[in-house]
Design a protein around this ligand. Sequence first.
Ligand code: HEM
Length: 249
Amino acid sequence: MRSTMCCGGEEEEEGKKTLVDVLLSLQESDPEYYTDQIVKGILLTMFTAGTDTTAVTMEWAMSLMLNHSEVLEKARAELDVHVRHGPLLDEADLPKLHYLNNIIHETLRLCLAAPLLVPHESSEDCTVAGFDVPRGTMLLVNAWAMHRDPTMWVGPTWFMPERFEGGGGKEGAMFVPFGLGRRGCPGATLAMRVIGLVLGTLIQCFEWVRVGEEKVDMTEGGGFTMLKLKPLEAMYRPRESMVKVLSQL
Ligand code: HEM
């Protein structure tokens, strides 16, 4: 951590600071609050809450696209039109990539990383939808079922990124892959950017196909984070137009 700061130093451009740089400069300006323990705690939380969730969402998205090659093609066409900030996709290109964004939303609707969100506890006696909930009850939100509610979503089990062009489901449909309210996911924006950049780059640079004729197995595994029961295996090769760019990386 310290060597990163020393190498980044004062000359480092403002926009190129890493999170560790920022935390260490906060520690310099407010050492009593930003102790080593606090800094390590923030980093640990980001790793534990942000790594599996983000990685598994990308794995589900790739799996869904491999089973729906027309979606993959459409995403690639969009990238070819809108990537303007360099030969490779850049963060600045993301706002233009509406279809890619819709793919991520549709993936998070069908294959949300935390299907029951995170357990909460009622701090007071309360009534929810007519049910009396005593103080201290563990409360789970079945977001998985809400995202597949047939009264709220047309063809709830279909993979149809286009549905998000009109904002998603019917009026009142709940889309809550990151939870809601003050305990909602603080990493949602970061996650959407990372997933957009990684998925977009994979689609922009490589041709992807399934290993065989069979569709990718979409069976869900158990556990707190909804992993694929069988990890994704796929075949890829660099797109001809990207070979030169890739060889210069
Ligand atoms: C696709 C990626 C992600 C998904 C689907 C996701 C989903 C969630 C969900 C459902 C919750 C619980 C919200 C609730 O119960 O209302 C949560 C909490 C949290 N997430 Fe994420 N998350 C993702 C990425 C990240 C990233 C990248 C970070 C940080 C770098 C992060 C940090 C956290 C933290 C610290 C909490 C606990 C918040 C609290 O209890 O106040 N998450 N996330």
